[in-house]
Design a protein around this ligand. Structure first.
Ligand code: ADP
Ligand code: MG
Length: 725
């Protein structure tokens, strides 16, 4: 298979992509956006949808029927034949079940049908999706419900309607419903605070701009490997002589075949309203990145999920397989998905961007410091939102960023925070006010202009007008970190407002005095989370421990906090998730963890017994035949002549015995783990007793790979996977 695959991969030619014209003309062509709504909806329906988007008002059945009618007319005019509710079950990816518009009337006439009922709600009978025990398959089913804040779009010939997926009892069975609730919570809390500075603010949006990293591997090569096919990553493979040490790939010329893939992908994205902007080579060979402009967080999350789906389809057309796994290859960089996050008002102001007046800068400081405080209080929870079996190979492995959450703000902003720490308690003297306005708050914009000392090792960095969360895995649904981040910031801003209001009302402080007073305390109490040093070093691990920051290196550990008393209270207070939902989501994540490790273990076992050992035996036979021949010719003297062959035979035999022993032990450990009674115990057993074998088995396999004749080695090698273009 390996050689067939190699042959096939060498025949590849680049696919020509016709120029698609101006992006601005193509943008949103397949989206039921405002422009299409104006054209296809009645004024009444248009207004109702707009107010549902803006104010979260309900859309009644009559209006839903009108919207459905308009959507159908548009979709049919675009050549769509089917529609689907597009949702995000807890599996982490997206799901869809297509229904044809086509219907028959009772008297047998054919027609295209799509009404409000089909738009608003669907029962996908998706009883096999994970529910963490919320929903018993034999009683209630889940249903999907239209999310009008994310516009419908057409992919291929299907009208896709973004939806949430909930149980009949109301609990979220997906990642979108909690995200929408978190965005609502942060809107309410942040609007209240933003109104201290501008009375006209009516709504605050969380914004998200993700940066998607991925590997592109030739299809024939990737498909020839069981581990890539089944687990999305290589479980064995000796490092190629050359890796990324020359840095000759990073930001280099994009290979032709890849460029034509990217061009087609971007064209599709633009049509579906994903505002893709940047593309480049990443650090590792055959690793790339794509980033769009930022958008409202819910839409941005949907667009990232859609992008990942579309990428797989387009990659296939170009004879590539796209890998989103966080660590597909040992020894070279893995893939992440930085989440750039900020808050913006309906008046068009980025709340994490300093302005031109002291008041604007106080507003900036307010949101800046509150975010720091929120992350400090809930660092462990935020860490849990990016935990997964595959991301464990990055976070807390020997790769960036570490599993410890900390915030980088840079030297100049640290100085500002230090100054603010010295602000007097209670009322401020006129001199102090002037000093603050002129020399501290007033200087912020200049500071940010040359805030160039960006720390690449920080998991949560302030980058001028937004925070960048860097621990998110390439495969992760951004809804998870975005739900937690926006929830904790919502909670924090609510607390902040209470404290400021109390100072104004009870202590008779002016608004800005009250704000300074509360911020001063936050700066003091959240100091431990700020860290500008090297996040990779051993010293930081020790220092973080002294600071009592969590350092949960694996998923089962990291997920525990989800159901702590504090977390349950937080999600209840903010109306983002109930205790039942939290427990269910935790259960689902733990189960997913178990399955992933279990699958990897099984695949590895299969590779050892069915491929690696047989290859070793074949090579042994070759050597034996040779030794036998030498003995025939040289008699007793053959031992000297065949010294190398005999030595190889012995080495191979040793590694074979070792790899078999380890594989048997791993299988036994799996059996013991499977017999445990709770999901939690099982997950921990898989993590601590099964997973460690992956490393040691791999070591033996990689040694064998180096010893065995190349033409007998069954798997496409790292040099072939990573350096074929
Ligand atoms: P760089 O960090 O590479 O200099 P930018 O600062 O332009 O580049 O942005 C990097 C990423 O941050 C982009 O993908 C963009 O979508 C995102 N981004 C920029 N501004 C915001 C914002 N206000 N909110 C959320 N994401 C943002
Ligand atoms: Mg970045």
């Amino acid at each position: 298979m390996r050689f067939e695959a190699l042959q096939e991969s060498r025949k590849r030619t680049q696919k020509d992509i016709e120029s698609s014209g101006k992006r601005s003309e193509l943008f949103g062509k397949n989206v039921f956006n405002e422009e299409k709504m104006l054209q296809f909806l009645t004024t009444e329906a248009f207004d109702k949808v707009k107010s549902a988007i803006f104010q979260g008002t309900k859309i009644d059945r009559k209006i839903a029927d009108q919207v459905a009618e308009g959507m159908k007319a548009w979709a049919l005019s675009m050549g769509a034949t089917h529609y689907t509710h597009w949702f995000q079950p807890l599996t982490g990816s997206t799901a869809e079940k297509h229904d044809a518009f086509f219907a028959l009337t009772p008297d047998g006439r054919a027609m295209e049908k799509f009404g409000g009922a089909q738009l608003v709600q669907q029962e996908p009978d998706a009883s096999s999706f994970p529910s963490g025990g919320i929903r018993n398959t034999f009683e209630a089913r889940g249903y999907t419900a239209w999310d009008p804040t994310s516009p419908a779009f057409i992919y291929k010939t299907t009208l896709c309607i973004p939806t949430i997926f909930v149980a009949y009892t109301g609990e979220a069975l997906d990642n979108k419903a909690p995200l929408l609730r978190a965005l609502h919570a942060v809107d309410e809390a942040a609007t209240g605070v933003a109104q201290y500075f501008d009375k006209n603010v009516r709504k605050v949006y969380a914004t998200l701009g993700w940066e998607q990293e991925y590997f592109l591997i030739d299809k024939a090569l990737a498909k020839s490997r069981l581990d890539i096919t089944m687990a999305g990553r290589t479980l064995v493979g000796s490092a190629a002589a050359k890796g990324q040490q020359l840095d000759d790939h990073y930001f280099g010329v994009i290979p032709n075949r890849v460029l034509s893939f990217m061009s087609e992908l971007e064209k599709e994205c633009i049509k579906m309203g994903i505002p893709v902007k940047t593309r480049h080579n990443e650090v590792a060979p055959n690793q790339f990145e794509l980033a769009p402009m930022h958008e409202e967080a819910n839409l941005s999350v949907d667009h990232n999920l859609l992008l990942m789906d579309v990428m797989e389809v387009i990659a296939d057309r170009h004879n590539f397989v796209v890998l989103f796994h966080e660590k597909p290859f040992a020894g070279i960089n893995g893939s992440g998905k930085h989440n750039n996050w900020s808050l913006a008002t309906d008046t068009g102001v980025n709340l994490l961007s300093p302005g031109t007046t002291p008041m604007k800068n106080l507003q900036f400081l307010t949101f800046f410091v509150n975010t720091i405080k929120a992350v400090d209080t809930y660092e462990e929870l935020l860490r849990s939102s990016i935990a997964s079996a595959s991301n464990d190979y990055r976070l807390g492995g020997n790769e960036a960023p570490p599993a410890i959450l900390s915030i980088f703000v840079g030297k100049q902003l640290t100085d500002v925070l230090d100054e603010l720490e010295g602000v007097s308690k209670g009322k401020l003297s006129p001199q102090e006010k002037t000093e603050l306005k002129l020399n501290v708050v007033g200087k912020i914009p200049e500071i940010l202009l040359d805030n160039t000392d960006r720390n690449r090792t920080s998991p949560f960095a302030f980058t001028g007008n937004k925070f960048e969360m860097r621990g998110v895995g390439a495969k992760t649904n951004c809804a998870k970190p975005m739900t937690i981040l926006n929830t904790i910031v919502a909670k924090q801003l609510t607390e902040f407002k209470k404290e400021v209001d109390a100072l104004i009302q009870k202590k008779n402080l002016k608004k800005d005095e009250a704000v300074f007073n509360v911020l001063r305390e936050y700066i003091k109490t959240s100091k431990r989370i700020r860290f500008d040093g090297d996040g990779y070093g051993r010293e930081w691990q020790e220092e973080a421990k002294r600071r009592k920051l969590s350092n949960n290196k694996n998923t089962p550990e990291a997920l525990q906090v989800l159901t702590s008393k504090e977390s349950i209270a937080l999600f209840k207070d903010t109306d983002v998730m109930s205790e039942v939902e939290l427990k269910a989501h935790q259960e689902v994540e733990l189960e997913a963890y178990i399955f992933h490790v279990q699958i990897e273990g099984r695949v590895l076992g299969e590779m050892v017994y069915n491929h690696i050992l047989p290859a070793a035996v074949r090579y042994q036979n070759l050597l034996l035949e040779n030794v036998r021949g030498l003995k025939e010719v040289y008699g007793a003297a053959h031992k000297k002549v065949a010294e190398t062959q005999l030595n190889l035979l012995e080495q191979i035999g040793t590694h074979m015995a070792e790899i078999r022993k380890l594989t048997e032990e791993m299988t036994a450990a799996r059996k013991r783990a499977n017999a445990l009674s709770t999901t939690n115990k099982k997950a921990q057993a898989y993590c601590n007793n099964v997973k460690p074998y992956f490393e040691t088995i791999r070591e033996q396999s990689d040694k064998l790979e180096k010893l065995i004749a190349d033409d007998l080695w069954p798997f496409v090698k790292y040099s072939e996977l990573l350096f074929s273009k």
